[in-house]
Design a protein. Structure first.
Length: 237
């Protein structure tokens, strides 16, 4: 082959790179749902404390939406009793009242004392779950994460209620969730020393369930929940 023909021979082409896999598109929740979640979390975690006036414009800017979904979200939150709407002014974050605390405590005592008695003899799965939650709450308290500790506190008690297998009572108890979380965070911020006592009382409740002592478990739950009543009457101890 003459040298002039060398350049007529086709050269092997470089292997083409494999096309990059398409990244799945993450679909955002509807705008009203995002505003609802933003405000509700802020109220429960006390970033928006009782007495704070929220405006549609501020919330729309914070979440990055128009004012229409803000209005829709605020209407939902008003129905849940977390805010009060004032036309042309905004939404007032409602403070936790003494009456609300008393009502929640009374309901908790009725449900949780019944659940504690019914939980005995406690299945091993319940004991293991309560041990896990207690360890988690201790770690959260040590880290100073009071909001997370309040959520774990509520979950600890909810697990005992759910263990009874009564779906109606479990749903009733779940309806108290937001109020319990809000009160729990508020109490832990106002009384940071309370978390230590809470952990001790949770340990005692767990021990009573583990040993199969139903009456002691009920008495401990009653004393543990009653502390909120003392708070509502100004008799904190």
């Amino acid at each position: 082959m003459c040298t002039c023909c060398i350049y007529d021979v086709p050269m092997p082409s470089a292997p083409s790179a494999a096309p990059a896999p398409e990244q799945p598109t993450v679909k955002q929740p509807p705008a009203a749902d995002r505003v609802y979640a933003h405000v509700k979390q802020g109220v429960l975690e006390r970033r928006y404390e009782g007495g704070t006036l929220l405006t549609e414009g501020e919330l729309a800017e914070a979440v990055g939406v128009s004012r229409t979904p803000v209005r829709e979200a605020l209407l939902r939150l008003e129905v849940e009793g977390l805010i009060k709407l004032y036309p042309k002014k905004g939404a007032l974050v409602l403070p936790v009242s003494a009456q609300e605390i008393a009502d929640v405590v009374e309901t908790r005592q009725l449900v949780e004392e019944h659940a504690a008695r019914k939980a005995v003899p406690a299945p091993s799965a319940l004991i293991a779950r309560l041990e896990e939650l207690l360890a988690l709450q201790k770690a959260q308290a040590a880290a100073g994460d009071l909001a997370a500790a309040a959520i774990t506190d509520r979950t600890f008690h909810a697990e005992i209620v759910r263990s009874g297998g009564n779906e109606i009572l479990a749903r009733l108890y779940d309806q108290l969730r937001d109020r319990q979380l809000r009160m729990g965070v508020a109490v832990m911020h106002a009384h940071p020393d309370r978390i230590t006592k809470t952990l001790v009382e949770h340990e005692q409740i767990l021990d009573a369930l583990r040993s199969g002592d139903a009456e002691t478990a009920v008495a401990l739950v009653h004393r543990h929940v009653s502390w909120f009543s003392n708070l509502a009457r100004g008799e904190v101890r």
